[in-house]
Design a protein around this ligand. Structure first.
Ligand code: COA
Length: 383
């Protein structure tokens, strides 16, 4: 090598794209230094405590909180879109019962694309109509898939006297939630609704940045959400609490897990290194559940584990940690936890797709090549 040659410049590279700004958005801000999360400039705490999922979905999609008239119109649209085409229902009824619920959801969304009345219209107005439809239909798909999987009769969508949260809960679990449960469940959907450029939302934006359609973007997002490092963590966190079994076991289990360098699901976050505000807010609601349902060992297991992991590793619980035991206390089976995440996040995904397409540039980063170079081709007969 020529001694005077300038060494090659290594382009900026951040594993996992950590810290990389991959686009602009007006939908959500995450400010880890002050543990703050806002949707369209509104603090998540205000939205979680005061808004319905419908209001939050409207805010995400249109940028403003709805007036009463706008909310009434939006809710009416959502209710009228709760049904899915019979052809889709027939197909999902034939899905294998042992298929992963996130795979049946992914396939269900792909099927909805085939029957959407706007399937060949990719205008902004059509995308907003499809977004509204997808927000309503994702809840129906998840509820139907769950009941079919359990071998139970499906429950048709409820009418306008059921909020989005109540409608989903009733369709999936066969009973209307109590007011406290409806309030907490609504809060979890609001909290799950949006979180900036997380992996699934980014997958949706990458997909539609090719000018592909909104259903393709959501299908990609569902696939990304499935993994245990993302949406799958809520189910895994509950499975951990169930494995620990009793509060007495929690300390030993946690210390052993840390000694074995196991990843404990529900802890840590790429964006929040000093605590996830969503976890703190939801934990603040659990007393209402305890007052209604009674105490549960999971709460004590979770607290003991949290104290140890924070003290030993400086890792804090993320959103999925309190949701795991709160859903369990509400009688929600673990296998439907991650699909419920999608029932909430669909508002964020579709809002990001609409935003991406309104000012689109193909998302196509570079890679740092680390493989072999300058190899001489060897013919097949000589290998
Ligand atoms: C969320 C998550 C993927 C963030 O990943 P990240 O920003 O890439 O951080 P890393 O995985 O590199 O973790 C940094 C360090 O903390 C450790 N760590 C992170 N999360 C941990 C966990 N849940 N349990 C134990 N150790 C953990 C890592 O092992 C690593 O330790 P090391 O430096 O000794 O190797 C990660 O914290 C995780 O896997 N958490 C569990 C899954 C989960 O709850 N996901 C839901 C997110 S809302």
């Amino acid at each position: 090598m020529n001694a005077t040659a300038t060494p090659p410049v290594t382009p900026a590279y951040s594993p996992g794209l950590e810290g990389v700004i991959a686009g602009t958005t007006k939908i959500c801000t995450i400010s880890p230094e002050i543990q703050s999360l806002t949707y369209r400039g509104y603090d998540i705490k205000d939205l979680m405590l005061n808004s319905s999922y419908e209001e939050t979905a409207y805010l995400l999609l249109f940028g403003e909180l709805p007036t009463q008239v706008q909310l009434c119109d939006f809710t009416t649209q959502l209710v009228s879109e709760r049904h899915i085409p019979d052809a889709v229902l027939q197909q999902i009824q034939g899905f294998p019962k042992d298929a992963h619920p996130m795979d049946t959801l992914k396939a269900g969304i792909a099927l909805l694309a085939l029957y959407d009345v706007d399937k060949n219209n990719h205008s902004n107005d059509a995308n907003i109509r499809k977004a509204v439809r997808l927000i309503a239909q994702t809840a129906t798909l998840v509820a139907y898939n769950h009941r079919i999987r359990q071998g139970e009769a499906i429950i048709a969508p409820q009418g306008s006297d059921y909020s989005h949260a109540e409608n989903f809960y009733t369709m999936a679990f066969g009973k209307k939630p109590s007011p406290v449960m409806a309030k907490v469940f609504n809060a979890t959907l609001v909290i799950y609704a949006e979180h900036s450029f997380n992996a699934s939302t980014f997958a949706a934006r990458v997909t539609t940045s090719t000018l592909s359609d909104i259903h393709s973007g959501v299908t990609a997002a569902v696939g990304a959400l499935k993994g245990p490092l993302h949406g799958g963590a809520n189910e895994q966190a509950m499975l951990t609490f169930l494995e620990v079994k009793t509060p007495e076991n929690a300390e030993t289990w946690t210390r052993e897990a840390l000694a074995q360098k196991k990843k404990i699901m529900g802890f840590g976050h790429r964006a929040y290194k000093n605590g996830d505000p969503r976890a703190t807010l939801l934990k603040g609601m659990r007393d209402e559940l305890i007052a209604e349902i009674g105490d549960a060992p999971w709460v004590h297991i979770a607290d003991t584990m949290e104290n140890i992991v924070v003290a030993e590793k400086g890792l804090f619980p993320n959103v999925d940690y309190p949701i795991a035991y709160m859903y369990y206390m509400m009688g929600i089976p673990t296998e439907i936890y991650t699909p419920i995440f999608a029932v909430g996040r669909i508002a964020g995904w579709t809002s990001h797709v609409v935003e991406q397409l309104a000012n689109n540039r193909l998302i196509r980063p570079k890679a740092l090549y680390e493989g072999p170079k300058d190899r001489a081709f060897v013919s097949l007969s000589s290998r």
